[in-house]
Ligand binder design. Structure first.
Ligand code: PEP
Length: 255
């Protein structure tokens, strides 16, 4: 009932020519995929070239950030309609690196999500607890607060277009993946909060897991009831690796 969505977050990696080399190697590996939605989020500088190279393929384009304003004197910022103009369907908002390194707040994330919807784009809203918060037993309180704040301005009628990404901060780029039990527990909690907020429509909202997803652990994560996709950093930079992830096949040794 929920179409899996697997997204590559390239962060600040790849020039235009490196990004195009990825697309050339990646597309033939995923052309036949119909049941899953595949999304690439290159840096801003490569969006247009990657969008053109993807053409009418099944793979969609996302930005890694966006400005909440539609235009104006905001030096260094990129507006939602500029992303739409170069072919983006999605934008990631509230990634933990932006929250931690650039002071992004739940209120700021909410305004960005609202601006994306207004421009016809879909936000991928990230939430997740730090290691200290988990160890202090505060995971659910933190996730609840982030969800309430970050989703405060989502139009009810557009709720199904929203994508949520649960990314425990302690699992991002660390090689330490959440166990399937932890992932399912938090995803089920996120689903329950979404249902409270948006009603039955929330059963159709996709919730991605993110945090050291690799070709060898993606199968177990995708098998979980409330995991509807993955947001992938490091392992999405290599076309063969990300192509294996988007297929999330059971690893050989477990067959
Ligand atoms: C991310 O950047 O969203 C991420 C999950 O990174 P990694 O897969 O490298 O942990």
């Amino acid at each position: 009932m929920r179409r899996p969505i697997l997204a590559a977050n390239w962060k600040m990696y790849k020039t235009v020519s490196e990004a195009l080399a990825f697309v050339e190697a990646f597309l033939p590996r995923v052309r036949d995929l119909e049941e899953v939605e595949v999304v690439l989020a290159p840096p801003f500088t490569a969006l247009e070239a990657v969008g053109d190279a993807l053409g009418g393929s099944v793979v969609k384009l996302a930005a890694q950030n966006v400005c909440a304003e539609s235009e104006g004197a905001y030096t260094g910022e990129i507006a939602p309609r500029m992303l739409a103009d170069v072919g983006c369907s999605y934008a990631i908002v509230g990634h933990s690196e932006r929250r931690q390194l650039y002071g992004e707040t739940d209120e700021g994330v909410a305004r960005k999500a609202e601006a994306l919807f207004a421009a016809g784009l879909r936000p991928i809203v990230c939430v997740g607890e730090t290691l200290a918060e988990r160890e202090a037993g505060r995971t659910f309180e933190v996730i609840e607060r982030q969800l309430a704040g970050s989703l405060a301005r989502v139009p009810e009628a557009r709720a199904e277009e929203l994508v949520l990404a649960y990314e425990p901060v302690w699992a991002i780029g660390t090689g330490r993946t959440a166990t399937p039990e932890i992932a399912q527990e938090v995803h089920a909690f996120v689903r329950e909060r979404l249902v409270k907020r948006f009603g039955e429509a929330a059963r159709r909202i996709r919730i991605q897991y993110g945090g050291s997803v690799k070709p060898d652990n993606v199968y177990a994560l995708m098998a979980l009831q409330d995991v509807d996709g993955a947001l992938v950093g490091g392992a999405s930079l290599d076309p063969a690796s990300f192509a294996r992830i988007v297929r999330f096949e059971r690893p050989e040794e477990n067959r």
